[in-house]
Ligand binder design. Structure first.
Ligand SMILES: Cc1cc2nc3c(=O)[nH]c(=O)nc-3n(C[C@H](O)[C@H](O)[C@H](O)COP(=O)(O)O)c2cc1C
Length: 216
């Protein structure tokens, strides 16, 4: 197997790839990618992403149609859909608590606190429950993208799609609590792409306050 790239190398080498070879991703490698994706952290460890690995040609074709016909969705052997369940915290907390208690990561005191703190915090979020779930899903997607790069694969984050259409393709119907965060085709690059560059640090990085541009 490809010798994994270290994290800084993967970060700097990654490009948004728009054309893919039809070569499939071996099952074992795909499984590894999925494991590394869900190793991402999430708020309260809610793991409120809902990830659909789209591999069937018909499903990919439907997804491409939902993504303004961007062809990388069908060219890539697999396209991940990162959805986010805005109210995952209303169910399934017990399972998260049990796991952390069993591993010894959290003690009874921590779990006792979380039992009240999580519903309290999330209830106060109101409309922002969706935004917070999407944050978690985007962090998981970032793990996928960097893991894929490290393991010899290429990707492209995608925002260009119709949410309702993507939801229909993955079978989410019109569930209002399920948000689509992004799509990520994954596969072997057909054509390289150049780095379009990044702005000088002082444009969008500050020290202590926004009005104090960061200078190395
Ligand atoms: C959240 C997000 C959504 C994006 N959506 C699309 C997309 O729908 N289609 C596309 O061709 N590129 C998309 N891109 C790729 C960006 O254009 C690309 O990341 C940017 O030009 C920088 O290039 P680089 O990724 O090679 O560094 C997206 C990138 C991000 C981070």
């Amino acid at each position: 197997m490809h010798q994994p790239l270290d994290v800084p190398t993967a970060i700097l080498q990654r490009r948004s790839i728009k054309t893919f070879k039809s070569d499939p991703i071996p099952d074992e490698l795909l499984h590894k990618l999925v494991e590394l994706t869900v190793a991402a952290p999430s708020s309260w460890n809610l793991q409120d992403w809902r990830i659909v690995v789209v591999r069937e040609p018909e499903q990919k074709a439907a997804l491409q149609a939902a993504a303004f016909n961007q062809t990388m969705v069908t060219q890539a052997p697999v396209t991940f859909v990162f959805a986010a369940d805005a109210y995952a915290w209303q169910e399934g907390l017990d399972r998260i608590f049990t796991q952390a208690l069993e591993s010894g990561a959290w003690n009874e005191g921590t779990v006792g606190y979380f039992k009240n703190a999580i519903p309290g915090f999330q209830t106060k979020l109101g409309d922002k429950n969706r935004e917070y779930a999407v944050k978690d899903a985007m962090i998981a997607a970032t793990h996928l993208v960097l893991a894929a790069e490290s393991l010899g694969l290429s990707t492209c984050f995608m925002n260009g799609w119709s949410e309702d259409m993507v939801k229909a393709v993955i079978g989410a119907g019109d569930n209002p609590n399920l948000a689509i965060a992004c799509l990520v085709p994954v596969g072997y690059a057909a054509d390289p792409r150049q780095n379009p560059g990044r702005l000088p640090l002082e444009v969008n990085v500050s020290l202590d306050r926004l009005d104090n541009p960061y200078q190395a």
